[in-house]
Design a binder for this molecule. Structure first.
Ligand code: 5GP
Ligand code: MN
Length: 336
């Protein structure tokens, strides 16, 4: 993988057919960074299509340009054609093709120049021609901002670019509270404000955009589905298929619930499992020096960041929870 700055001079050569994509079930950073890049690249005359590997949550559905995003699962043949014909493919907010589910094969086989922009640990660099992977960065949105500015196109940051990039930064920094929030983040937000960003509107769209059932569900989960293992400074939250059905839970409705138990004094790790689809999906969050990325990799075939990672298990909910508890005991020294 060549460093990203080697791509800068190519941005203004002849217009290209471009595909921009992200990880499955895109969050605000994935959708915000791809659409932010989209709004930038179209100003340079490129023919750009954003493709999501799956559907997405209502709280990213307000972003400018989202109406043109293709859902791979719904428009597979059209998306496959676009991927095969693309001259450039930008892969944002994921570290290996496996994170794009059914799209992975098409991406691997594509003849395009492939570009990675990501902040997850351990990227699969061999799969990309150009790229940048900086786990210390707050968000992929901040990295797209850096690309635009460093390539000399600061003036192309219009209100649409600003709104999309701001959304991902807010989401991935926990509204500017995580330690990944460097001075660079605040400088960036200052500039976005100068371009007309209405930050309060973005916060509202992201965080005050659920239906009543989601709040009732949250109450149920915190009351009935949370186990606090004080001797291991860990909380476990599990969500059954019946819970999802009963509360009519849709994509994105479980987002953020994993963070609540971290607010309990002394809790260092939260394991959050949802019994959905063909696999059990785990989310892990930690405070301080517990490495979620290594934990997710070692026990649940996943990965992510130091303090936030995910994984999956093909076993039943009960057995996966047992495996989690066993893994906790193996990591007792790190948790106490
Ligand atoms: P979340 O718990 O919000 O789904 O994910 C937390 C972080 O871990 C995100 O940055 C996400 O991209 C990453 N992540 C989640 N699930 C997986 C997984 O199964 N594999 C890998 N490699 N990363 C994951
Ligand atoms: Mn991200």
């Amino acid at each position: 993988m060549q460093p990203i700055h080697e791509l800068y001079p190519l941005l203004t050569t002849a217009p290209k057919k471009v595909v921009v994509t992200m990880h499955q079930k895109p969050d605000a950073d994935a959708m915000g960074s791809t659409l932010g890049l989209y709004h930038f690249l179209i100003q340079l005359g490129h023919d750009v299509q954003v493709i999501s590997p799956t559907n997405w949550a209502r709280w990213v559905d307000w972003m400018p340009g989202v109406a043109n995003v293709l859902d791979y699962e719904l428009h597979r043949s059209q998306a496959d054609e676009l991927i095969a014909a693309a001259e450039w493919i930008f892969c944002l907010d994921f570290n290996h093709f496996g994170r794009t589910k059914a799209m992975a094969g098409a991406l691997k086989e594509a003849k395009a120049v492939k570009v990675l922009i990501d902040h997850h640990e351990q990227p699969d660099e061999a799969s990309f021609n150009y790229g940048i992977s900086t786990p210390g960065k707050s968000s992929t949105c901040e990295m797209v901002y850096d690309l635009i500015v460093n390539a000399g196109f600061r003036d192309k940051i219009n209100k649409s670019v600003a709104e999309c990039l701001y959304a991902g930064v807010v989401a991935d920094t926990g509204s500017f509270r995580f330690s990944s929030t460097g001075a660079s983040v605040h400088h960036m937000v200052g500039y976005l404000k100068e371009q007309g960003l209405e930050h309060a509107r973005v916060h509202e769209q992201l965080f005050d955009n659920y239906l009543e059932n989601r709040l009732r569900f949250l109450g149920h989960v915190l009351t009935n589905r949370m186990e606090v293992l004080y001797e291991l400074n860990t909380a476990l939250v599990y969500i059954t298929r019946n819970d999802l059905y009963k509360y009519d839970i849709k994509t994105g409705d479980t987002e953020g619930i994993v963070n609540y138990p971290l607010s309990i004094q002394g809790i260092k790790l939260v394991g959050f499992i949802v019994d959905r689809d063909e696999v059990r999906k785990w989310s892990f969050r930690s405070k301080g020096n517990f490495d979620c990325n290594s934990f997710a990799r070692k026990y649940f075939n996943g990965g992510g960041h130091f303090n936030a990672a995910g994984g999956s298990d093909h076993d039943s909910l009960e057995r996966s929870v047992q495996a989690f508890k066993k893994a906790l005991l193996e990591n007792k020294d790190l948790l106490q």
